[in-house]
Design a protein around this ligand. Structure first.
Ligand code: B12
Length: 303
């Protein structure tokens, strides 16, 4: 086993080497985090490579048409112009990738803030997934309510509403924290103004989209709607979706559902998304259909 003395010797050697290369002193304090006892010897502050300055920079060497590359890069957040060092990524693009991946993982494993659920009077139930790891490995369990959840919904929820709305962490609780305050009141008010009977809203931990079916086996709503966290993109954890279906049945599939996706400030604005969801619900109720069936009916009607 490696001893503290050996670790200290390694750190001293690294510091000496960095100082020999002139890296030290003029920079700040990142070393505090890893080796506080040595931090006074080397003031090392690495730049924050997640800022837009580093993200928008080209890492391609000897670019033949730098203006063209810059123009291309400005059209997309995709990772282009990141260059390469032999067969590998260059250091900074690689570090940005790792930092973004860390944001993604944090989002996947984050739990919702209970104060937020309280603010919106959302009681919590859980699917058959018993922890996050199982939820990720077994999507089927996220489509079924636990026995306790079924009992709670049976006891607490209004039955046969026009619209049953519930919230679920899905793949990003951060997305719910980011959007719930904006979108939830818009949907609720829009449905009230339309004179529709609302079900009792609640929160489901470890939910998948297909849970709409199981929820409706208890509440028997005309339309079931879930606000759910989307699979986080690299570095982007705040996007939610609203998936909805007309009278979901045990065998309903995604073809029977509709989605308003990419909801966050910077994507589909949550306030607008809320209004759009209400319009969708009205169309579903009018045509008594959703998903592909709704599209076909509406296309037929417009001919
Ligand atoms: C992952 C994903 C898929 C995966 C789903 C597999 C899986 N088990 O996760 C695959 C590759 C199969 C897929 C396929 C399709 N997808 Co897709 N998908 C996504 C993605 C990247 C993330 C979705 C997510 O996080 N959902 C939340 C989690 C918690 O849900 P889940 O229960 O784990 O998984 C379910 C949903 O993802 C759902 N789903 C996925 N895509 C779609 C699309 C529609 C219209 C519906 C109703 C449901 C649905 O299917 C899964 C199983 O039930 C989104 C991008 C985004 N920004 O959201 C696009 C996205 C939702 N998909 C989209 C589309 C168009 C499709 C397809 C119709 C593409 C095609 N032409 O074939 C198909 C149809 C899907 C279907 N299930 O019938 C669009 C929807 C656009 C819109 N407003 O209608 C999105 C927004 C991508 C985009 N920007 O274009 N998709």
């Amino acid at each position: 086993m490696i001893t503290q003395q050996q670790i200290d010797a390694i750190i001293d050697a690294v510091i000496a080497e960095l100082q020999r290369q002139g890296v030290g002193n003029e920079r700040g304090s990142a070393l505090h985090a890893i080796a506080p006892s040595h931090a006074s010897e080397l003031n090392l502050d690495l730049p924050d490579i997640t800022t837009s300055e580093y993200r928008t920079r080209s890492y391609v060497e000897n670019t033949r048409k730098p203006d063209v590359l810059r123009a291309l890069m400005s059209t997309t957040p995709s990772r282009i112009g990141i260059g390469h060092a032999g067969p590998r990524y260059r250091n900074i693009p690689q570090f940005i990738f790792l930092a973004d991946h860390a944001v993604t993982q944090d989002a996947l494993f984050k739990e919702i803030d209970p104060a937020l659920l309280q603010q919106f009077n959302l009681f919590q139930v859980q699917t058959q997934a018993s922890n996050r790891q199982e939820y990720l490995l077994r999507p089927d369990l996220g489509r079924k309510l636990s026995d306790a959840a079924r009992k709670t919904l049976q006891e607490k929820c209004v039955k046969n509403p026009d619209v049953q709305l519930y919230v679920s962490d899905g793949l990003s609780a951060a997305a719910i924290e980011h959007n719930l305050r904006d979108i939830f009141p818009v949907i609720q008010q829009g449905l009230q103004q339309a004179g529709l009977k609302m079900g009792t809203p609640f929160y489901v931990k470890y939910g998948r989209v297909g849970l709409l079916n199981d929820v409706n086996s208890i509440v028997d709503a005309k339309v079931v709607v879930t606000l759910i966290g989307e699979r986080p993109g690299l570095g982007r954890a705040e996007a939610a979706s609203v998936y909805m279906g007309y009278r979901p049945q045990p065998d309903s599939s995604d073809a029977d559902r509709d989605v308003v996706c990419n909801i966050f400030n910077g994507g589909t604005n949550p306030l607008e998304a809320g209004a759009y969801v209400v319009e969708y619900i009205k169309r579903m109720l009018k045509h008594q259909a959703s998903g592909i069936k709704l599209k076909l009916i509406e296309q037929g009607a417009s001919k």
